[in-house]
Ligand binder design. Structure first.
Ligand SMILES: Cc1cc2nc3c(=O)[nH]c(=O)nc-3n(C[C@H](O)[C@H](O)[C@H](O)COP(=O)(O)OP(=O)(O)OC[C@H]3O[C@@H](n4cnc5c(N)ncnc54)[C@H](O)[C@@H]3O)c2cc1C
Length: 457
């Protein structure tokens, strides 16, 4: 006899199955369905009520969808971008059902994966195949296609952004055609498609140049901020991956390095970063009226923190969980201008924005040759500022963005900024080439929502 709990589970399972059936029906019937599923991004800064949200189960299904679509189509990954890249009242396409490892080559260490794969889901299959990603960002929720579309990056002065790992790409373009590209076949498309904001088509498969599995030793050290500024440049050159954070109103920050190691897997006691952000918020709430007291207490607390060391397989040792939601602005600056800009940002934050408690994050990325990569032809220092998701980010970001721009920054494509087409044309020497190739593969502008029409329409 079924117990009450299993009856309930069975009912929930039936309801879920019906829901997923409904999703497929939605896929098939699109606009004829009255029921609409709202969409929102991770932070809630972007929302929309599309006519249809679909998840094709094959490339053929995707082709039919694109060829027959009447309105705008926007591909979505994990919804972790802050900019209005996805919202549409047309169709949102997710590749959540086209995910996983397709094939791999033990000689070249290249692997072909479905573009809808989430980073966190491919570490183990790649390791089982004797491969690992060269680098990763600070979370692993994103999809491969989502990462590549916005030039998502980790840190490492000698390592490019994630799009530089791509050896070949397959996409379904605006005419519903399957197109393959690499450095030799459709070479211009390849230049455009490696960082495309999802405006050329829906990427279905990617071939990546990986490396053999490796182990990383991550070391976190709390330091006086002036000391960090003195050593940052050298540390960026000496370590495989180097980044640092500044805790506003404390005069303190921490450096984080990852280096290759053969040491045994293990970890010292770790600070819970989500709890720490909550603590910073609480301190802000209590002591915003007295910056001096806030600084005194913060400096004392931070000074008492111990260094941390974690040794783990690479793909388990890059990402952390980010449970405290925020909105973010990140600009990529010429490497040599990063620290002068950071000094100015700190001064502006601490003189004008006592409401801010999120740390400032600083990373390094190597130059590349991808047309719309913010790292195009320049080694970069990336600086990111954040605000709690329930608080208005506008005043703070309005103070900081002119500093980023004064130092020739290019914004992260997935993070908040106020730039328009004329600004981007000045920042990207190959902007017009990208637009030309974009029009060729999406002649009817099927992939342009209002934001992207402003940029490329
Ligand atoms: C908590 C958090 C931490 C983050 N950490 C980092 C970090 O360390 N480094 C960094 O650089 N960024 C970081 N980001 C930003 C994030 O990596 C990028 O915004 C990334 O693009 C999100 O990927 P996604 O899968 O969520 O894609 P989405 O945000 O859903 O989409 C992003 C873009 O990809 C396009 N796209 C999605 N799927 C396809 C497809 N199949 N074909 C074509 N185009 C497609 C979309 O149309 C859109 O233009 C972070 C964001 C958050 C919220």
């Amino acid at each position: 006899m079924l117990r009450r709990r299993s009856v309930l589970s069975a009912l929930v399972a039936t309801a879920l199955a019906a829901q997923s059936g409904a999703m497929r029906t939605l896929a098939a019937e699109g606009a004829t369905q009255k029921r609409r599923l709202p969409w929102r991004n991770w932070s809630g800064s972007q929302q929309c009520l599309p006519t249809a949200r679909v998840a094709p189960a094959s490339v053929e299904e995707l082709q039919a969808l694109i060829a027959n679509a009447k309105g705008v189509i926007r591909p979505v990954g994990a919804g972790h971008s802050f900019t209005p890249l996805v919202p549409t009242d047309g169709t949102i396409v997710s590749l959540s059902r086209l995910s996983g490892l397709i094939s791999h080559d033990p000689q070249t260490l290249q692997a072909t994966l479905w573009a809808g794969s989430r980073l966190g889901d491919i570490g183990q299959p790649l390791e089982d195949a004797g491969q690992a990603l060269v680098n990763m960002p600070d979370i692993d929720e994103q999809t491969l296609a989502g990462c590549f579309a916005t030039a998502t990056h980790g840190t490492g002065a000698k390592i490019g952004c994630m799009s530089t790992f791509i050896e070949g790409l397959q996409l379904v373009d605006g005419r519903g055609e399957v197109v393959d590209c690499d450095a030799n076949t459709n070479a211009e498309l390849f230049q455009a498609a490696r960082v495309s904001l999802g405006t050329l088509g829906v990427a279905t498969q990617v071939k990546l140049q990986n490396v053999a599995p490796y182990r990383l030793r991550r070391k976190t050290v709390w330091r006086n901020f002036d000391e960090i500024l003195d050593i940052a440049d050298d540390m960026a050159d000496q370590h495989r991956n180097f980044e640092f954070y500044y805790i506003p109103f404390s005069g303190m920050g921490f450096t984080d390095v990852h280096d290759l190691t053969d040491e045994a897997v293990g970890s010292t006691e770790k600070l819970d970063t989500n709890d720490s952000v909550e603590d910073l918020k609480m301190l802000r709430d209590w002591l915003q009226w007295s910056p001096g007291l806030r600084e005194l207490i913060l400096t004392g607390v931070v000074n008492s923190l111990s260094d941390e060391v974690t040794v783990e397989g690479s793909w388990k040792n890059y990402a952390s969980e980010r449970n405290v939601r925020f909105n973010e602005m990140e600009y990529h600056l010429p490497r040599e201008l990063g620290l002068p800009a950071l000094r100015e940002i700190r001064a502006a934050l601490e003189s004008q924005h006592h409401e801010v408690f999120f740390p400032i994050e600083v990373r390094y990325v190597k130059a590349d040759d991808i047309w719309l990569s913010p790292f195009y032809q320049r080694d970069t220092c990336s600086i990111a500022v954040h605000r709690y998701f329930e608080e208005d980010f506008t005043p703070y970001f309005k103070t900081i963005e002119p500093i980023f721009r004064k130092y020739h920054g290019r914004p992260h494509w997935g993070k908040l900024n106020t730039l328009g087409r004329s600004d981007f044309r000045k920042l990207y020497p190959r902007w017009d080439d990208f637009s030309r190739v974009r029009r060729e593969f999406d002649p009817q502008g099927k992939f342009l929502n209002p934001y992207l029409t402003e940029l490329f329409g």
